[in-house]
Design a protein around this ligand. Structure first.
Ligand code: C5P
Length: 387
């Protein structure tokens, strides 16, 4: 996604389009703008022209110095169209096949994704006609960014306010980022999730890992063209589509066996799983009955999968994770060296069940990169690009 066509309609929040355009330009996108006649009453075309560094289109019958059919060339030029704010009126027009100005005409001629970021008076927002129009347009693939609740220009606190500009941009970027398939032909093994160490047929020892980071890595690696083997402990997550081989395991020992068996054929291995360091020494075939007094469970060390891969490593690139509650960087560097890793991703253990994380990517004492809090899907992409 490089070229973004912004449609500005005549809602009072039209002034916010200036901020959206400015943010998109700062991110390096090419931006062109079409305004409706009504929008020009709220914010001047000159403002948006200056911010987008492109001519702003309003009138279909403007002199056209390039002799192109303007509404066709703009529809072709755009990778994505974002109408922000999108009024009751523009949604109604597009839903009913009306193309009576530049914006509605370009939208009707455009085969690229079109997003409507809704903003209007709460009664208009709740009008069933709008709901019908949205349902109809959704069937044709148009996308909608819901309005937020907040203080509206009509003096009430209700739903109808344009969604935060950063969130609008985030939604569009997430859907439309084109990623070069830089990992084509690479075989990647990823361990993910927690392990469960059985005490008896019913009880086990485990930890709070959700598996989200490992699954996000698997999904991202597939998107980048890799052949992915995902070896996973128990999670509540769906298997990412496109994974070449999915191996379900329960205990650390099972994860060890399945991982070591495949490691020599891999180009890259990422140990993201939260593997139990200890397991109960004695497994009870029968459910342990409660008795008076204390119960002692003796623990035995589990094999360290990553340490073993570090020993076996030849050409492979090996990446580990370090989730710590104290001395994060120091501990991570220690693991990087001790386990013979090429890179380690360090994070605070408190982020284990969250959908976001804040990480350090460490390749050595002199190579420590800090990444701010982001969604795990986005961090997965950053981690893979660093590999
Ligand atoms: O040394 P520590 O267990 O804290 O290191 C964490 C890293 O080692 C993680 O990448 C984790 O997946 C991996 N690990 C492993 N096998 C174990 C324990 C941890 O592969 N038994």
């Amino acid at each position: 996604m490089k070229n973004i066509l912004i449609g500005v309609t005549g809602g009072i929040s039209a002034y916010k389009s200036a901020n959206i355009i400015s943010k998109l330009k700062k991110k390096g996108y090419n931006v062109k703008v079409i305004m409706t006649e009504n929008a020009t009453k709220i914010i001047t075309p000159l403002t948006l022209e200056t911010l987008s560094r492109n001519r702003v289109y309003v009138d279909m019958w403007d002199k056209n110095p390039h002799f192109e059919v303007e509404h066709i060339s703009l529809a072709d030029w755009a990778d994505v169209v974002l109408v922000a704010p999108a009024t009751y009126n523009i949604v109604g027009k597009v839903a009913n096949g009306i193309a009576d100005d530049m914006l509605s005409t370009v939208i009707s001629a455009c085969k690229k994704p079109v997003y409507f970021a809704l903003a209007m008076n709460v009664n208009m927002y709740e009008n069933p006609i709008l709901k019908d129009n949205i349902e109809k347009l959704k069937k044709y693939g148009y996308k909608f960014i819901e309005a937020d609740e907040g203080f509206l220009a009509c003096n009430v606190n209700a739903k109808g306010r344009l969604k935060d500009e950063n969130e609008i941009i985030e939604i569009i970027e997430k859907d439309n980022i084109y990623r070069e398939k830089v990992l084509t032909g690479k075989k990647i093994l990823i361990t993910a999730g927690r392990t469960e160490e059985a005490i008896d047929p019913i009880r086990y020892l485990s930890n709070r890992s959700s598996g989200q980071m490992g699954y996000a890595l698997a999904k991202s690696a597939v998107d980048l063209g890799a052949e992915v083997v995902l070896i996973s402990g128990p999670t509540n997550l769906e298997i990412p589509t496109g994974v070449k081989e999915f191996v379900q395991v329960r205990s650390a020992q099972e994860m060890y066996d399945e991982t070591i068996k495949r490691f020599s054929k891999m180009d890259i291995a990422i140990a993201c799983a939260a593997v139990a360091d200890y397991k109960p020494k004695y497994y009870s075939n029968e459910k342990i009955k409660k008795k008076d007094g204390e119960l002692t469970i003796v623990l035995d060390r589990n094999p360290d999968i990553l340490l073993e891969m570090g020993k076996l490593k030849k050409e492979q690139i090996l990446i580990g994770f370090a989730a710590e509650t104290e001395n994060l960087i120091e501990n991570a560097i220690g693991k990087l060296e001790r386990k013979n890793l090429d890179m380690i991703v360090a994070n605070d253990a408190s982020n284990m069940q969250k959908s976001t994380n804040e990480i350090y990517i460490i390749k050595g004492k002199d190579s420590i990169k800090s990444l701010p809090e982001k969604k795990k899907e986005e961090l997965a992409y950053d981690i893979l690009m660093n590999i």
